[in-house]
Design a protein around this ligand. Structure first.
Ligand code: GMT
Length: 379
């Protein structure tokens, strides 16, 4: 198949899923064309089946708000026409799905009927999408796409609850590539971070409010009162300065290291004992899955799609959003006993295996074929 993929090319979960999916499809013999405003973060190598088309936006001074959606739709039309795409798969509803629908209408004037598949990732529904200023466009985009997938049952339910949706949504969960995300021996790195053999906790995110990064610090401080430990904060974003200030206020700076945005996240996960994800909402929690694949159990909130991934009392614990005391108590319970920790680590890995790339990729391929067969491609 010739597949066009549209996504945010950043470290964010939706961009990561879209890029990893494109890479896997290309490795499976499909021709994949990424259409984004810059090179996706994880697309940093050559493959004969992978192509990248940059969306350039005119900076004409009249535009206080450069019309990205229009430039994106134009690029989709160009790529679909000249590369003879079989379908367009857009990740994140806003503005990718509506731009794709515009492209579809334009392509129809050239006698091309291209199927549009939209994948909902989370904040496009749970935060941004619910904003009244976007709601009609999100509703329309979902209803008019030829196929729609959601990364968890919870996100699917949420979409039906908050929008007037008249179509079926297929749940295809996020996945992890074990050839990259698995436990690697990194003893020298572990020694450098925890010279006294302290436990290592980790949080990775985009440091947006929804991640509740202050909770991460507060949970860590409580753990530290009982168990010698270090905390790695990976990623960057708007809340970083606040959490750094909180570390100073709580006097735990010495044991918290901010590593910023990192490419080789699997190496950092490999030295970690416990992952903290106290998010306000999380449609799936891809970062937690990547941690589990590296044998790291998870303390998470009992929110969104997280219960579909993290099994309470087995692969970690699920506590109510903001329940710092219970999250810390559960973390201590896991970390205080070597044998117990080893059990949780193994369970985390076993659970992650259910989301192995080779199991999920065919679900997308089958869905693509199903939608193409239903819609038909006239070119
Ligand atoms: O977590 C974010 O803020 C980034 C966001 C995105 O769309 O890039 O992530 C969402 O999509 C990921 C991939 O499907 C999911 O694993 C995350 O749970 C989801 N984030 C939220 O729902 C907050």
């Amino acid at each position: 198949m010739k597949i066009g993929i549209v996504c945010y090319p950043t470290f964010g979960g939706s961009g990561v899923v879209a890029t990893e999916l494109g890479k896997a499809l290309a490795a499976n013999g499909h021709q994949v064309h990424f259409i984004t405003y810059s090179q996706p973060a994880r697309l940093d190598f050559f493959s004969a089946n992978l192509f990248y088309h940059e969306v350039t936006i005119s900076k004409y001074p009249l535009f206080d708000f450069p019309p990205y959606e229009v430039a994106l739709a134009s690029k989709m039309v160009e790529v679909a026409r000249f590369e003879k795409l079989d379908l367009l798969h857009v990740h994140y509803a806003i503005p990718h799905a509506s731009a794709a629908l515009m492209a579809k209408q334009i392509l129809a004037t050239y006698g091309i009927n291209i199927p549009i598949i939209t994948t909902l990732h989370g904040t496009d529904i749970t935060l941004v999408g619910k904003d009244p200023s976007y709601n009609p466009v999100v509703t329309y985009s979902i209803n008019m796409s030829d196929g729609v997938t959601a990364v968890s049952q919870n996100l699917k339910d949420d979409t039906y609850n908050h929008f007037d949706i008249k179509r079926d949504i297929r749940v295809i969960p996020n996945f992890v590539d074990f050839s990259r995300f698995s436990l690697q021996p990194r003893e020298h790195f572990k020694k450098a971070i925890a010279p006294g053999d302290e436990r290592i906790l980790i949080h990775t995110s985009n440091f947006r409010r929804v991640k509740r990064t202050s909770d991460v610090i507060r949970i860590f401080q409580k753990i530290q009162e009982k168990i010698p430990s270090k905390l790695l904060m990976v990623g960057d974003g708007p809340e970083r300065a606040n959490t750094e200030q909180l570390c100073r206020d709580l006097d735990c700076c010495m044991d918290v290291r901010y590593l910023g945005k990192q490419d080789a996240i699997e190496e950092i996960l490999s030295v970690s004992d416990l992952f903290l994800m106290p998010s306000e909402s999380e449609s799936f929690g891809l970062a937690a899955l990547e941690a589990m694949a590296c044998k790291v159990p998870v303390i998470s909130s009992n929110a969104g799609g997280l219960p579909e991934l993290n099994v309470d009392g087995v692969t970690g614990f699920l506590d109510e959003v903001g329940d710092i005391d219970n999250m810390a108590a559960h973390a201590i319970y896991i970390l205080e006993d070597n044998e117990r920790l080893a059990k949780f680590k193994q369970a985390a890995l076993d659970r992650a295996k259910n989301f192995e790339l080779s199991l999920i990729l065919p679900l997308y391929e089958e869905y693509y074929q199903e939608v193409i067969d239903r819609v038909g491609v006239i070119s």
